[in-house]
Write a protein that binds this ligand. Structure first.
Ligand SMILES: Nc1nc2c(ncn2[C@@H]2O[C@H](COP(=O)(O)OP(=O)(O)OP(=O)(O)O)[C@@H](O)[C@H]2O)c(=O)[nH]1
Ligand SMILES: [Mg+2]
Length: 479
């Protein structure tokens, strides 16, 4: 028997972006021909895709660490680095993706449905792309951004049209085995089925799937027997089939009280109330079973159930059952809107996608959060002064410096960009643009020799901003 794995922890790591290249074009008689460093390639994504030929999560149980390839660094001569390859991970239909805290990130139903579990990092711009009218020959390039790393939990909720429920040994697995090509284990002891079986049934032109779940007993909701854990596999079914044993040897049981007991457990589990139900009276090949079936039929009919008398062993009543189920399934399918394969892209929630926040913490540190500032920091080679200057320009352009000023930051204060566990911390040195006016007023800006008139300062600042903005707009191909 193949192992059935329906819950795994998966650690995905998307590819890192390749670093941009800082290079200067050289030719004979033309030693400084301008910047020609190419951009780094994008890191590959890790993508989960529903593949109907995959039925368990076993592969991920065996190797739970998956990484997409990195983007290649850019090179001189304006050569861009190659993009990393996306890593496509096939998952069974009905896989639910949860984060570490159990929150549902995606519910993957339907062949081809896709979820980007980890986004590849952007490649860094090379110095060719970073050059502008103001910055003719940048001596730096941007670093590639690390790929997104994430721990997710994959949970399989089998997508079966028909779910068989009932006491242990009622004959659920036997029914699947005679209605489909599946060959589940069948035995005369309770709890033979430890994990759900899935079979494909063909009735006329309708093809549908049927799953059983391990037998339920009273108290399953309190964990008796195998508990209700496996009921998640029937959550998506269109119809529930009560398989009742008409020939049980246990004296305190009979099909009607069995039905009540199972219904009580289903109710405990919840969420299945709206599903249509039918009743299958199994084992009518046994004379006592046949008698009992006839005896309880009126009662069941009074409760509004459609009833099918079958024998999985003698193979009687099966055709009527499978065609009736096909009818219900077809109806349910017609009622459901057609689900299109979707590419769901879930990104980690940025504090504020459009901007950033500045907040002073108890210890006096100013913390800046935001998708852009945090990415820009990761793209910066802090060993290169020019690159750090460029970062300052970008932050300034976004208004980070202004906000820091507003929040009360002064030269020399600590500023952290990023989350607590992964931030770049530095002593703030306000650049001219942001700091001039205020620092000028306070008379603290030691870098300013002759104070410019306010109007001039404003004009200068605007000009610089426009320039920088233009450079950014023109040359960031990832924007
Ligand atoms: N006589 C007779 N025996 C049957 C019939 N269907 C199933 N059985 C027997 O009942 C026993 C249990 O059958 P299974 O199909 O394993 O029952 P199950 O409902 O899947 O049981 P669990 O997996 O334990 O929940 C086996 O010995 C079967 O051969 C039937 O129609 N007639
Ligand atoms: Mg079974």
């Amino acid at each position: 028997m193949t192992t059935f794995v329906d819950r795994v922890e998966l650690h995905v790591a998307a590819g890192n972006g390749g670093h941009g290249c800082a290079s200067v074009h050289r030719e004979k008689f033309k030693p400084l021909g301008g910047p020609d460093g190419g951009n780094g390639g994008r890191g590959g994504d890790v993508i989960l895709v529903v593949d109907q030929s995959v039925t368990t999560l076993l592969d991920y149980h065996h190797s739970p660490h998956r990484k997409a390839t990195n983007g290649q660094p850019g090179e001189g001569g304006n050569r861009s680095g190659k993009d990393g390859q996306d890593l496509v991970l096939p998952v069974p239909d009905g896989t639910v993706v949860l984060d570490r805290h159990g929150e549902v990130l995606a519910d993957l139903v339907g062949h081809g449905t896709t979820f980007v579990a980890g986004q590849g990092g952007r490649g860094g711009l090379g110095n060719a792309a970073l050059s502008s009218a103001r910055r003719k020959a940048p001596g730096f390039a941007l670093l590639g951004v690390p790929g997104e790393a994430r721990d997710v939990v994959l949970e399989l909720k089998t997508v079966a049209d028909v779910a068989l429920v009932g006491y242990p040994s009622a004959g659920k697995s036997s029914l699947i085995s005679v209605l489909s090509a599946a060959k589940p284990k069948i035995a005369d002891y309770p709890f033979t089925t430890l994990v759900p079986n899935l079979g494909v049934v063909t009735a006329g032109s309708t093809v549908y799937t049927m799953a059983d779940v391990p037998g339920l007993i009273p108290g399953a909701s309190q964990g008796k027997g195998l508990g209700l854990e496996f009921l998640r596999h029937v959550e998506r079914c269109s119809v529930l089939v009560h398989v009742l044993d008409t020939a049980t040897l246990e004296s305190e049981r009979d099909p009607l009280s069995d039905l009540d007991a199972i219904e009580a457990e289903l109710k405990q589990y919840g969420g299945l109330e709206d599903r249509p139900r039918i009743v299958v009276l199994n084992k009518v090949d046994i004379p006592d079973g046949q008698d009992l079936a006839e005896l309880i039929r009126p009662d069941l009919q009074a409760r509004g159930y459609r009833i099918f008398e079958v024998s999985a062993v003698a193979r009687t009543g099966l055709k009527e059952l499978s065609f009736a189920l096909a009818g219900i399934v077809a109806e349910a399918r017609a009622a459901k809107p057609v689900q299109e394969a979707t590419r769901i892209v879930i990104r980690p929630k940025a504090v504020d996608d459009a901007g950033f926040t500045v907040r002073q913490e108890a210890d006096g540190l100013f913390r800046v959060r935001g998708e852009k500032p945090e990415r820009w920091v990761r793209q910066t080679d802090f060993n290169n002064d020019e690159a750090v200057g460029y970062l300052a320009d970008r932050l300034n352009r976004l208004g980070v410096e202004d906000q820091l000023m507003k929040a009360g930051a002064r030269a020399g204060d600590g500023v952290a960009i990023g989350p607590e566990d992964n931030a770049v911390v530095f002593d703030w040195e306000p650049s001219m643009n942001a700091g001039a006016e205020m620092l000028g007023r306070r008379g603290e800006d030691h870098r300013m020799e002759a104070p410019r008139p306010a109007a001039q300062r404003r004009r200068d600042r605007d000009a610089e901003r426009d320039d920088a903005q233009q450079a950014y707009d023109e040359f960031d191909p990832f924007k």
